[in-house]
Design a protein around this ligand. Structure first.
Ligand code: PMT
Length: 401
């Protein structure tokens, strides 16, 4: 499987003859399993049609800020930029290189570029005199100083009939450059991380269960971030609608706390880090009825058995593993979280309190406080769960530095 499998690639296409090669480029990227979102400058439509590219990329192509066809939707450049794992501008004309180097922002592609936080790759293409012009050389140096990667133009016969450097790198070369970028030394390369996510369902009878409001988003966002930083992930997930497709993430679906316990212990020896973001039921019905329970009685009592504490059981046998737990509290938050650090032998706890607006279950945001084994307390701002995941993964990276 290609390392590009599941990677989100923003492909910016600008108005040069080499744009015709992007049909082949999109095909190769899609074949490698990448998700490709094409953004074209208006000028590039002269060289390759959006219909060709949207057919190959299997999604609409964007050019304008405003999308008149779909009842007037706004193509949000910030959202597009944040979506991407990598941005590739190919071909990049002399004009667009100059704009990127100097912060000009007069179309959707440039606005997305200026909002992008992901690595940016640029494959220039132009006639040879333009390529060797001092202003182009200066702009390429400036773009390199922004930590962008230039995929150099190649030598050969140009559209003008002249022979020299200026041809856009071949799609195969561009794809292998991107592949190499994803296998480079990333901070969690070689580390395996076990993550639990979502709720557990504790069956009462064949149709009913005891569950909770965890959506799984927090755990899935952590899994995505670990994979992005080069780690291998085993994601033990309770029932959730969350989706993840990444060659570096193995998803193990479980239902109940006992299933989750078994899956975590099966993988524990192989992993370096555990992040327990799941909301595990503390109790389960003692008996599971084999048939649907009838509503004849006026009262109905369920006797419950205590579930094993998965994280505490891992803490009790941990060797080299770095253990990160969560604490979801409603009162005396910091005190309770500190007790969990000791009881479960944790290295770090991520405390979220249901008293904080925007924190906890179901929501796209979370407000957490980090507490480490030395009881250092570090409150964080309210952030998106993606950003909270980045903070958690940064803590893990710092542990290995
Ligand atoms: O899924 P989302 O909607 O995105 O919401 C995220 C979240 C609120 C569920 C998440 O941020 C969170 O706080 N998860 C832990 C919730 C919880 O069960 O907290 P706890 O204080 O009961 O448990 C403490 C720790 O022990 C947790 O790491 C938990 O995974 C673990 N645990 C708890 C009980 C048990 N039987 N086994 C465990 O491993």
């Amino acid at each position: 499987m290609s390392v590009l499998s599941g990677k989100k690639i923003l492909l910016g296409i600008t108005g040069g003859i080499a744009a015709y090669k992007t049909a082949g480029l999109v095909r190769l990227l899609i074949k490698a399993g990448a998700e490709v979102q094409v953004i074209m400058t208006p000028a590039s439509h002269q060289f390759v049609t959006p219909y060709t590219l949207s057919t190959l990329a299997k999604r609409p192509v964007y050019t304008e800020f405003f999308h008149a066809e779909e009842g007037g939707t706004w193509n949000n450049h910030v959202e597009l930029a944040l979506w991407a794992d990598v941005m590739l501008v190919a071909p990049a004309t002399a004009n667009v290189l100059a704009k990127m180097a100097n912060g000009l922002c007069d179309n959707l592609l440039l606005a997305v570029y200026m909002s992008a936080k992901c690595p940016v790759y640029i494959a220039p293409a132009m006639d040879l005199d333009m390529y060797v012009h001092p202003s182009t050389a200066k702009n390429l140096t400036t773009l390199t100083s922004y930590n962008h990667v230039i995929i150099p133009a190649e030598e050969g016969e140009l559209a003008s009939g002249l022979i020299g450097r200026g041809r856009m790198a071949e799609p195969e070369t561009i794809v292998s450059t991107l592949e190499a970028s994803f296998t480079q030394d990333l901070p969690l390369q070689g580390k395996k991380v076990l993550i639990t996510a979502g709720p557990t369902y504790e069956p009462i009878d064949p149709v009913r269960f005891i569950g909770n409001h965890s959506s799984g988003k927090m755990g899935y966002d952590i899994a995505k971030e670990v994979a992005k930083q080069g780690g291998e992930v085993v994601l033990v997930s309770g029932p959730t609608n969350q989706k993840i497709e990444d060659a570096h993430v193995e998803v193990v679906h479980v239902l109940s706390a006992l299933d989750m316990y078994e899956a975590c212990h099966r993988y524990f020896d192989q992993v370096d880090v555990v992040v327990a973001a799941a909301a595990v039921a503390d109790y389960r019905p003692k008996e599971i009825a084999t048939q649907k329970i009838k509503k004849n009685a006026e009262e109905f009592t369920i006797t419950m058995d205590k579930n094993p504490d998965i994280l505490a059981s891992l803490g009790a046998i941990k060797k080299h593993q770095y253990l990160v737990g969560f604490a979801l509290e409603t009162e005396n938050e910091v005190e309770h979280a500190k007790q969990k650090i000791t009881k479960k032998k944790l290295d770090l706890i991520v405390l979220n309190s249901l008293n904080d607006t925007g924190a906890g279950f179901g929501k796209p945001t979370n407000k957490v406080t980090f507490i480490d084994a030395a009881f250092t307390v570090e409150p964080m701002d309210l952030k998106s769960k993606e950003e909270v995941a980045q903070d958690i993964v940064n803590k893990i990276i710092q542990h290995y530095e």
